[in-house]
Design a binder for this molecule. Structure first.
Ligand SMILES: NC(=O)C1=CN([C@@H]2O[C@H](COP(=O)(O)OP(=O)(O)OC[C@H]3O[C@@H](n4cnc5c(N)ncnc54)[C@H](O)[C@@H]3O)[C@@H](O)[C@H]2O)C=CC1
Ligand SMILES: O=C(O)[C@@H]1CCC=N1
Length: 276
């Protein structure tokens, strides 16, 4: 029997994960259930062929694994919606959640799940939107009750989304902003590189295509060559050439300090969100 996959909250990140999962021919949209307060906002799920409902409990009762995809601030509402709309009298199993809520610790998730009168298990993940095109990263940390088969199930589900890496919860807290927020930072880099080329007279669409491919290609070089990025940078910089002049401009603009500060600011905010 094929697995049923639920999403409570069908916004940007849930949609990206579902699209990533569906890149794998082993899964079909008819196996997916999604809930949200306004089904009109879930049209794109219907178009994909997924099952849509405004009852979180229906997703919980129908699915073998349920991704929690609401904003951290509405966790308790989403959980109480689950309870209110859970069909009565049905068999009670151990519910298997996968939470993508940034900053929300496993302990806090279990606090919220206390309203249920049945056992729950949870894997906390930090996904990113490029999972939708198979080039994402998903960090994950299981709680103490999660069995190795459940971790394997998650890895199998996300097999076509990109890299999936098990980490400790400490690393999840300190390290999640690079994969989670990083794409937004890199879109700004792509846009700015393209702006630079446009300023020199390159048509916008061409400039965006080139800038995107430069980021993809540079990442691939680091991954495949296993060389340090500084070494790869040196291979591009001819003595007295054009690149080193550009590198000087970047250093004058404190690009390294700025990117380090971006990760730091996002991480501090994630800790704050976890405290609420
Ligand atoms: N957007 C991203 O790149 C990433 C987001 N995340 C996490 O994913 C979660 C969702 O973020 P986004 O998808 O960006 O937000 P979003 O605003 O696009 O999606 C949230 C969805 O939850 C629904 N919702 C609100 N209250 C609900 C309730 N009581 N029951 C069911 N659904 C409800 C909303 O209608 C909306 O569709 C957040 O916790 C965020 O921290 C994690 C990593 C990356
Ligand atoms: O900005 C946010 O809060 C979420 C978490 C990681 C990416 N987006």
């Amino acid at each position: 029997m094929s697995i049923t996959i639920g999403f409570i909250g069908g916004g940007n990140m849930s949609t990206a994960i579902a699209k990533g999962i569906l890149r794998n021919d082993s899964y079909s949209a008819s196996q997916i259930w999604v809930s949200g307060p306004h089904t009109a906002h879930l049209k794109h799920w219907e178009e994909m062929g997924a099952n849509v409902t405004d009852k979180n409990g229906e997703v919980l009762s129908k699915c073998d694994v349920v991704f929690l995809g609401v904003k951290p601030g509405v966790l308790s509402y989403a959980v109480s919606d689950c309870l209110k709309s859970l069909p009565s009298g049905g068999p009670r199993k151990n519910f298997f959640f996968v939470s993508m809520l940034a900053g929300i610790a496993i302990e806090t998730l279990h606090e919220a799940f206390k309203v249920f009168d049945f056992p729950t298990s949870v894997i906390r993940i930090m996904p990113n939107t490029p999972m939708s095109v198979g080039a994402g990263i998903c960090l994950y940390t299981p709680d103490d009750t999660i069995k190795p088969e459940q971790c394997m199930l998650l890895e199998k589900l996300l097999n076509s989304c990109g890299i999936c890496e098990k980490v400790t919860e400490t690393l999840m807290n300190s390290g999640s902003c690079l994969p989670g927020c990083g794409p937004a930072f890199m879109y700004i880099v792509i846009e700015a590189l393209a702006d630079g080329a446009v300023k020199q007279g390159v048509p916008r669409a061409m400039a965006l295509r080139w800038a995107s491919q430069v980021l993809v290609g540079s990442g691939e070089m680091v991954l495949q060559s296993k060389k340090h990025p500084g070494h790869l940078k040196d291979e591009v910089c001819s003595p007295g050439g054009s690149t080193i002049c550009g590198v000087t401009a970047l250093e004058n603009g404190r690009i390294r300090a700025t990117l380090i500060s971006a990760i730091e600011a996002a991480t501090l905010r994630t800790y704050e969100m976890g405290k609420k």
